[in-house]
Ligand binder design. Structure first.
Ligand code: DQA
Length: 148
């Protein structure tokens, strides 16, 4: 069982970046905790971060035949990227969208996700805990659908 976690632009600055919105935990600590959690439950986890839309599209394409589920925080691309949405639809790998902040309680431009319609679902507002929630939800989904 292998999961791919993709962090979009500016998420490498977590801990420094607007901690009131995104939490005080830094990017490396969040990832370390997720690797440890997945190790404990015997799931292989790959984590990828990039600030560029095309690199994220390429990574999603490379996940084809190589991973069972994708968890993605597309960050600002959530609200703009047809290319990331199309890549997720193209590979047809179960995908969950995560946001650290509750995007619906923020500016109106953050209320619309181009990515959510091609995902199993969306988790928003639970800071970094949302990633663990997404891993658990993905495993439950894969178990129920015998996809892994
Ligand atoms: C975010 C929400 C987005 O609107 C924003 O552009 C981000 C982070 C979140 O995790 O809350 O970069 O995806």
């Amino acid at each position: 069982m292998k999961l791919l976690l993709i962090h979009g632009p500016n998420l490498n600055l977590l801990g420094v970046r607007e901690p009131d919105k995104y939490g005080k935990e830094n990017y490396d600590d969040i990832n370390k905790a997720l690797y440890a959690y997945c190790f404990k439950i015997n799931v292989e986890l790959e984590i990828f971060q990039n600030n560029c839309e095309g690199a994220i599209v390429t990574k999603i394409q490379e996940a084809l035949n190589n991973c069972d589920g994708i968890i993605i925080n597309p960050a600002a691309y959530t609200h703009t990227s047809v290319a990331i949405r199309d890549a997720i639809a193209a590979v047809n790998i179960p995908t969950i969208e995560v946001h650290l902040s509750n995007v619906y309680a923020r500016e109106e431009f953050r209320h619309k996700s181009l990515i959510a319609p091609v995902c199993l679902g969306q988790i928003a507002g639970f800071k970094s805990h949302g990633y663990k929630m997404a891993i658990d939800a993905m495993l439950e989904h894969l178990k129920q659908n015998n996809e892994a």
